[in-house]
Design a protein around this ligand. Sequence first.
Ligand code: PMP
Length: 417
Amino acid sequence: MNIYKPLNSIFKPSVSYFSGYSIMHYDKEFPLLNVSPGPASISENIFKKLYDDIYSKNKYSYGNTPLEMSHRSPEYLEILNNVNLKIKNFMEIPNQFKILWTQGGGHGQFSAIPLNMKRINKNIKGGYLVSGTWSSRAFIESKKFINSENLLQNFYKNLTSIEYDRLPAQISIPSDIDYLYLCSNETVNGIEFKKNGIEYPGRNVLGKTKLIVDMSSDFLMKKVDWSNIDVAFACTSKNMGVAGANIVIIREDLIDSLSDNHSTPCTLDWKLYAETNSLYNTPAVFNIYLLNHIMDDYINTMKTIENVNDISKEKANILYEFLDNNQIFKPVVKDKECRSNINIPFIVGDGNEKMMEDFLEYCSKENLVGLRTQTPFSYKKLNLKEPLRISLYNGISVADVKHIVAIMKNFTLIYFK
Ligand code: PMP
């Protein structure tokens, strides 16, 4: 149970510019609430285990500390097998899928997808549902290697990928598309393919078209209907610990269908990862070790993926309830069917920059950080109002969200007194 910093009842904004990019603790007496979009918060329980493994009682349980562990040791192999098993059970992944651990993060897979898929058919065509910044990057990357098409080009006519704030009610797939690509939660835009909202296109719609999904920011937060999926991937820096590794969950028969084409760079070659148990090169040992503890924590505290989803909805509802009924903070995505439960962008004071910076300064003084990120997607250049964003990954609790809302309410009270 967190003991939060008592809220300040007076706030005097500084006259100088306050950017709000820093993620520093303001008052070290109290916990820091970090709502960054990733790398993100990791629960205190995990740090206790990490501390034990490095400094105290478990120090030698792996032969060495986890920072020094050989990836060829039986101890690491046991951890890797455990992680795979825990993820398979928790996410109810059927046996016909294989788990790979790649490097190069999500971007590595943006390139790996076209490069591997063209080993099924050298004229392969990818259909990309570009619904935000990350699917846009994946689409741009695919065009370096294959013929691909943005299927939502007309839907978002004249908008740039940072302005997208809705999803089409129905998705139709042209008959010449071999694989469909989508990002189930656009981390920057705050648009989500939700189970109860717009579902993934099902097998009845997909037919023989393969479905590839970027689950980087919603993996381990909601149930997945694996019967629709052919390949899913997620970088580790949101719900799976620290940046560096990336999970790829892939149908075994898809791996079998890849030709032995040795022109795929080894670090992107799905077949090579599968044949070597993701040990062709030195894997991100520490990530996998940390994830073993994180999975234990999820399993012990949240029990099931349905439960995580319920908690996630509860957190989002608390925040949206406040944002929807307030004069200063407005959510960017209005459509309830597709607005994300995980990454919630909002505008302060209808784009008033000074008010936004004052708010960030107030948050910083309350130990709340990570609302503003220096993204490569420039709002200023496009003359757009810059949103702030709160990310509610599994490391953020319901109590944390209530405290965040209390901070926002208090800001409005004392700022306009
Ligand atoms: N996809 C999504 C949905 C993301 O949020 C991100 C990173 N924030 C990426 C892909 C890119 O991942 P990486 O930075 O690990 O390459």
